[in-house]
Design a protein around this ligand. Structure first.
Ligand code: TYD
Length: 393
């Protein structure tokens, strides 16, 4: 067998299943195990969760809620226009239109299986298909709209179980000299930072460039450039073209592949070592929370992220440790965290004066949060983060 298990993160709920009742009767849990494929270097969940359980009309994540994300999408759109000047753009996983709204003057089409989100973009004249991305949909869009100069997909391709189908579907819809830009969390960064919270139901895969490169070998597509991003705690923006297109292949590609090889990402032992770091991180996190709670510290969580669901459930951090979470996403507010049943509140203007410690569920927005919560920091409030190692900041 080429796929070998290296990490077990225990029983986990659906990360997007923010609960209406604190103690529901039939909450769904599954075993979150992570495997490494020796043939392709691809890291994935051992058992995929059925997509309909995760991506439906109750999907909570709204990309436009963060200033950082709005600004970075605007800047990216400007850079893409300067570099490739596309006349048409298709986005796979268009969420609430945070990216596509920056292209008002060219043909733009969205694909977003969560109907509540697709309704938002359809409502502002961005034609959006509320379907899962696959060959059938690609053929249908091709028939209606023709091919596209740019296909963009951020934090979505890693969610798709049948990657071969997803990539063939992109190949079909992409113009011969078109560009496919894919952004997903970087496995290299996950390993460097022990940020095991990137593993959850939706992230069927966490990509290395090595793995992606191997998957692309079966297609007519190839990587021609890569940018490292800070998004989601470290992602890769991978630029892909058709093999027959004569765009130059940047040195960045071999540079990053070599970095991954130097890190040993083509060897199973590296993943075993990572798994040990995860166990150490868990023990240290539990120790920090237990000591603080024994000293009657008031602890809340900041940002009820999908990522944090993995940590909370893996480390057993429930209402015994965390009083409540605050989150700016309206449809998480008034609900409870999946599996650990911690109340989620709308953030007040500034952190409550009784709170001493704030666990960074949204550690990937640390800078934005520290800027926003200067008063808390000035009065001696501390943050807890498990990245790159469990610590009080
Ligand atoms: P996100 O970064 O998308 O992480 P994930 O993909 O793991 O869910 O989510 C960030 C969450 O944090 C989102 O629900 C909004 C919330 N948030 C706050 O509540 N306050 C803030 O200041 C920021 C930046 C985010």
């Amino acid at each position: 067998m080429s796929k070998i298990k290296f990490l077990s993160l225990g029983k986990q709920p659906i990360t997007n299943n923010f609960l209406i009742e604190q103690n529901p009767i039939n909450e769904f849990f599954y075993d979150l195990n992570i495997v490494y494929d020796e043939n392709t270097n691809v890291v994935s969940l051992e058992n995929f969760v059925p997509p309909e359980r995760m991506f439906n009309e109750t999907y909570a994540h709204r990309a436009s809620m963060s200033i950082t994300m709005r600004e970075s999408n605007k800047l990216l759109s400007e850079n893409i226009t300067k570099r490739f000047n596309p006349k048409s753009v298709l986005e796979i996983g268009s969420n609430d239109g945070i990216f596509l709204k920056n292209f008002p003057n060219i043909k733009r089409v969205g694909v977003e299986p969560c109907k509540n989100l697709a309704d938002i973009t359809n409502g502002v004249n961005i034609e959006t298909y509320d379907n899962f991305w696959d060959l059938g949909l690609s053929k249908k869009i091709n028939k209606i709209h023709g091919k596209f100069d740019l296909v963009y997909s951020a934090n979505t391709i890693s969610h798709i179980h049948d990657l071969n189908d997803a990539l063939q579907s992109v190949n079909l819809i992409l113009n011969d000299d078109g560009v496919f830009i894919l952004e997903d969390p970087s496995l290299l960064e996950v390993i460097k930072n022990t940020s095991y919270d990137q593993f959850y139901d939706e992230h069927a895969y966490v990509f290395s460039v090595l793995g992606l490169n191997n998957l692309l070998e079966k297609t007519e597509l190839e990587i021609f450039d890569i940018e490292k991003l800070t998004t989601h705690g470290g992602s890769n923006r991978v630029f892909i073209k058709k093999v027959r297109s004569n765009k130059k292949i940047s040195d960045n590609v071999s540079k990053i592949i070599n970095e991954e090889l130097n890190m040993g990402m083509n060897k199973f032992e590296t993943y075993q070592k990572f798994a040990q770091n995860v166990i150490n991180s868990k023990n240290e996190t539990i120790k920090i929370f237990t000591e603080l709670r024994n000293n009657n510290a008031k602890i809340i969580g900041y940002g009820a992220t999908y990522k944090s669901s993995t940590i909370l459930n893996y480390c057993g951090l429930d209402t015994k440790f965390i009083d409540y979470f605050t989150d700016t996403t309206e449809n998480k507010q008034g609900k409870f965290t999946p599996g650990t049943h911690i109340p989620i509140l709308k953030p007040a203007d500034g952190i409550d004066s009784k709170i001493n410690y704030v666990f960074l569920g949204a550690w990937n927005f640390k800078k934005e949060i520290f800027n926003k919560e200067k008063k808390f920091i000035e009065r001696g409030g501390k943050f807890i983060s498990h990245v790159p190692f469990p610590q009080i900041i």
